[in-house]
Design a binder for this molecule. Sequence first.
Ligand SMILES: [Zn+2]
Length: 238
Amino acid sequence: MAPTRGYTLTWLGHGTFHLVTRDGRVVLLDPWVEGNPACPNEHKSFEKIDVITISHGHGDHMADAVTLGLKFKPTIVCNYEIHLFLQKKGVTTTSPMNKGGTQEAGGVRFTMVHAVHSSGIEDGGQVTYGGEPCGFVVTLEDGTRIYHAGDTGVHSDMALIGEIYRPDVALLPIGDHFTMSPREAAYAARMLGARVIVPAHHGTFPVLSGTPDALKAELKTLGVAAEVVPLRPGEALS
Ligand SMILES: [Zn+2]
């Protein structure tokens, strides 16, 4: 299947996305695969991974970082504290950064941006400080920009993200309870100005009750013209 946009972006359920770029680079955003009840089994194994990004320290966003990091030796783009944690676990391919900065990995550019959430890392019954949560603006070889919001509430920095980076596609959590609901996500979409919104972080568990249809209704109420593209886990944006 030939990707129409020069890339293939597959939702693996929850906050996890698998991106294959035009030049064949494989990027895994928020590696939660093995224990992810929404991830189809046929998407749980990989031939290669060039880059992993981690938005924050919660297990449902980085539980497979150590396993996949040791196996594929991808560049792991994350905050400094998660980098220290992964180094302690023997993962040597981390490339830490902080908000406002951009780094290139595997021919793709990653800009770390603000998110409103928490980031503690649970490890052996203890909580390790995981730095600040973040999102990423991913700029592909052809200039396409994909904003992966991570887990976040709506916040006014999204207007700056929209103004500075002009994302083409925004991957937004809509599940409610731990992140934005569709109502807040519609305000986020208005600030971001992205043409395409892919809903994430919904439906994994009953408590994540926000739906793409509710997001569409909220966008209509606000008069935001963004197109909502609801994917099923395992389905790709095309
Ligand atoms: Zn979280």
